[in-house]
Design a binder for this molecule. Structure first.
Ligand SMILES: [Zn+2]
Ligand SMILES: [Zn+2]
Ligand SMILES: [Zn+2]
Ligand SMILES: [Zn+2]
Ligand SMILES: [Zn+2]
Length: 292
């Protein structure tokens, strides 16, 4: 988890999956979204209960939690003193501040769905404000947020590496998108007909784009794009695509569906696995989904 804190009101925010350079604090202040290296701080507090502990203590006298000192496990950086802490810590072992991150508020306005016309509320997907239709489950990614989503998904696929044992593709034999009935959707902002574009020219996933305002994805298209990326369709690891042809179709579709759910932040199993310690970021959820 990556945290930042407001210098004025000290509200903490989970910015694990936030790409914006600056985030708005609820007090009105702007907070710079940057990563810190973290410093080795002397241990004064128990990371579990916050009680005072001796500098050399191996466990807490009060709650008997282990005091973790193994640097490899100290991945959570305190946003107040920049001391390194264990990922699951509830208090900073250096300065004693409690870790209680808030979700970053995402920007956006309700818009009418280009398919069914009902209002699409804004929700955070991968730390970005995305409109999702409650009826048809289509997704409207305003401005260039679609590209951010794809970048994040690619990054996850890259990190997982070519040896990762996942497979995903929602593309099925005979599903030629050019044979399907063509419907030109209208942009929910300017009402002009959107341009239909084959994602990455050869994915076979047709997305609708308004150059000015954003990208529309029908309900299963995010899933299909996820499948295309994981197959190596975006470049790196293209050899995987061939190996995966031997995978069972059903399994591939299930995995792609899970990935799409993870992208949308819907996978309950992942959330519960993170013990709801703050909110699992997009990348951590996606990584977990891919690596499990
Ligand atoms: Zn503030
Ligand atoms: Zn304790
Ligand atoms: Zn601290
Ligand atoms: Zn709809
Ligand atoms: Zn438009």
């Amino acid at each position: 988890m990556r945290l930042v804190a407001c210098r004025t009101c000290h509200t903490q925010y989970d910015v694990t999956s936030v790409v914006d350079a600056e985030i708005p604090c609820r007090c009105g202040e702007k907070i710079e979204n940057r990563s810190f290296d973290g410093i080795e701080a002397q241990v004064h507090r128990c990371g579990s209960c916050g009680a005072q502990v001796g500098a050399d203590a191996l466990s807490c006298e009060y709650c008997s939690s282990e005091i973790i000192r193994d640097d490899a496990q100290l991945s959570l950086i305190c946003p107040e003193c920049f001391g390194r802490n264990a990922e699951a810590s509830r208090y900073c072992t250096g300065c004693g501040v409690g870790f209680r991150p808030q979700q970053v508020e995402v920007e956006g306005v309700e818009l009418p769905c280009p398919v069914c016309g009902c209002l699409m509320p804004v929700r955070a997907i991968g730390g970005l404000g995305i409109n999702e239709c409650p009826q048809c489950n289509g997704i409207w990614a305003p401005e260039n947020r679609f590209d951010h989503l794809v970048t994040q998904a690619c990054e996850v696929a890259r990190k997982a590496g070519p040896g990762a044992s996942f497979a995903a593709s929602a593309r099925k034999a005979g599903a030629n998108p050019y044979l399907a009935k063509v419907v030109y959707r209208k942009c929910p902002v300017c009402d002009a007909h959107m341009r239909r574009a084959n994602f990455q020219k050869r994915s076979g996933v047709i997305v609708d784009r308004c150059h000015e305002h954003g990208t529309w994805l029908d309900a299963d298209e995010l899933e299909q794009i996820a499948g295309f990326i994981l197959e190596g369709g975006m470049g790196a690891g293209g050899e995987r695509a061939y190996a995966m042809k031997t995978e069972l179709n059903a399994m591939r579709r299930r995995e792609a569906a899970a990935l799409a759910r993870a992208i949308k932040g819907e996978s309950m199993t992942i959330e519960s696995a993170r013990e709801r310690s703050g909110n699992g970021g997009f990348l951590s959820m996606l990584l977990k989904e891919l690596l499990d």
